[in-house]
Design a binder for this molecule. Structure first.
Ligand SMILES: C[S@@+](CC[C@H](N)C(=O)[O-])C[C@H]1O[C@@H](n2cnc3c(N)ncnc32)[C@H](O)[C@@H]1O
Length: 226
């Protein structure tokens, strides 16, 4: 028996249940949000995202795990053609509501990143803020491969990998280092922190990959397809 703040550390293997329970966590978390929060987050790297996109002449951008849509809205305001996808129907409802309030044409879809329906080579860029850290390593690798497929040649991936995992709360640890939370507030949520080696491996199919530290240890990643 553990109390909040204590850590439970047992080993398990990533499996479909863990993946599904993470989705259920997010659906439940979003179901409590009834009205859109229409503010941009305070992130030091926010303006770097459109800068990087403009540097490579990207126009059509996929916002992976877009949540209630702040990054999609931010980019659409600047003229990018944005598609946002998230597994939570409520998050997508909030995102659509926000976009409509600003009269922005953004295509928001409910979808699981493990089963994306977009055509290969159909995006100039894929952005993913605080997404990869919510997947076990194997699924993250499959996601990275899918991102690679979705990008046009010379396409760009931009992501922020938060410095997460550990800390207060109850969780157990999968064999790949992913934390599976068990406390009431976050039951089912997955969190993992990537080592530099794991990041390099995750983007090994890309021609280039750079990462630098932002916001107290999170990693801002830019990877380019050949
Ligand atoms: C930490 S939030 C980040 C949301 C948004 N990118 C942001 O920066 O605010 C993680 C998001 O991933 C979504 N998500 C989790 N599992 C997913 C899956 N299998 N497919 C698609 N989206 C998923 C959640 O619904 C949630 O909106």
């Amino acid at each position: 028996m553990t109390t909040p703040g204590e850590e439970t550390k047992t080993k398990a293997t990533p499996d479909d249940n863990v993946y599904q329970e993470n989705i259920e966590f997010w659906e439940k978390a979003w179901s409590g949000c009834k009205t859109p929060y229409t503010q941009l987050p305070s992130l030091s790297y926010i303006s770097r995202i459109p800068e990087e996109l403009n540097n490579v002449g990207a126009r059509r951008v996929l916002d992976l795990g877009c949540g209630s849509g702040w990054l999609s809205v931010y980019l659409a305001r600047q003229g990018f053609e944005v598609v946002g996808v998230d597994v939570s129907a409520q998050a997508i409802y909030l995102a659509n509501t926000w976009a409509a309030q600003e009269d922005l044409k953004i295509s928001f879809d409910v979808g699981d990143v493990a089963a994306l329906k977009y055509a290969d080579g159909s995006f100039d860029a894929v952005v993913a803020n605080s997404i990869f850290e919510h997947f076990p390593l194997k699924q993250a690798g499959e996601m990275s491969a899918k991102v690679h497929d979705l990008l046009k040649n010379k396409g760009t991936f931009i992501g922020c990998f938060d410095k997460v995992g550990g800390g207060a709360g109850e969780y157990y640890t999968l064999a790949d280092g992913t934390h599976v939370y068990t406390d009431k507030g976050r039951k089912g949520m997955l969190l993992r922190r990537y080592s530099p080696e794991e990041l390099t491996s995750l983007f090994s199919a890309f021609a280039t990959m750079t990462s630098d530290e932002v916001d107290a240890g999170s990693l801002f990643v830019v990877a380019t397809k050949n």
